[in-house]
Design a protein around this ligand. Structure first.
Ligand code: MF3
Ligand code: CO
Length: 254
């Protein structure tokens, strides 16, 4: 069941989204060689609380931290730990905030110090794939229009989209209908309508799209150890087009 949101509910989600965007920016300022993911997580949790929000992930199905911090070949759901980041790493940062009963969810992959050209290209392509997907988040399109845009940009660059992880509706719950795959299949998905709020989140790899779950039962990494990137925005389908709710600006794609 897809829950469409009123204009007022979308404004509340945008306030949650602003806290998410500011948290990602704060971590972006601190990411660099030598800092631990635990230290980054503590910064995020403190900031989210200072803004009157709750870190949505903490306690979700027992998840132990405020953020998911996934380095290099780890795609998503990395549990913050004591290992310091190293020059040349990439780090995917996933943040969810609940504010006044609504959730916003966004992710960004950052360079740690100086990264090589292939890693840089992976980040740029994943960001372009997200932008292309968002552009399709318009009333009258279907979910598969978003999926196709993400997959086309990714595969044109020679990278792979992961099949076993998908985007999702978001609202009072972090995960609502519909699913938002990053690839096309026989699933066209529902037609997009005004008031739908979805998390579009390309998860792409340099090599094979196969992934596995670690023994901690959370972290997910590429089977071939190739680098992975993850960019995500919470987006509302509005009369005026796609509205990104997890951006520092009040972004509307015309
Ligand atoms: N953004 C992720 C997702 O949509 C975060 C979930 S982490 C969890 O699945 F710990 F909260 F599960
Ligand atoms: Co998500």
């Amino acid at each position: 069941m897809i829950i469409r949101k009123s204009q007022q509910e979308i404004e509340t989600m945008a306030r949650a989204g602003r806290v998410v965007a500011d948290t990602l920016a704060l971590l972006g300022e601190h990411i660099g060689p030598g800092i631990t993911t635990q230290a980054l997580d503590a910064l995020a949790e403190e900031y989210i609380h200072s803004q009157g929000g709750e870190p949505t992930f903490k306690g979700y199905k027992g998840y132990p931290a405020a953020t998911c911090l996934s380095p290099n070949g780890m795609v998503v759901h990395g549990i913050p730990g004591k290992d310091p980041l190293v020059d040349g790493d990439i780090l995917s940062v996933d943040v969810g905030v609940t504010l006044d009963g609504f959730v916003a969810d966004s992710a960004w992959t950052y360079a740690v110090g100086a990264i090589d050209a292939e890693a840089q290209r992976l980040l740029e392509v994943c960001q372009s794939a997200l932008e292309a997907g968002i552009e399709q988040a318009r009333a009258g399109n279907t979910i598969s229009d978003i999926s196709r845009a993400v997959q086309t940009v990714t595969e044109a660059a020679g990278f792979s989209v992961i099949r076993s992880l998908v985007g999702h509706g978001v609202g009072r719950s972090m995960h609502e209908d519909p699913q938002v795959p990053n690839f096309v299949s026989s699933y066209r998905g529902p037609e997009l309508k005004e008031g739908m709020t979805i998390a579009i989140e390309p998860m792409i790899t340099v090599g094979s799209p196969e992934v596995y779950i670690h023994d901690d039962e959370w972290s997910i990494s590429t089977t071939d150890s190739s680098l992975a990137a993850h960019f995500e925005h919470t987006v509302a389908v509005t009369e005026a087009g796609p509205r990104i709710l997890t951006s520092k600006e009040r972004v509307l794609v015309p």
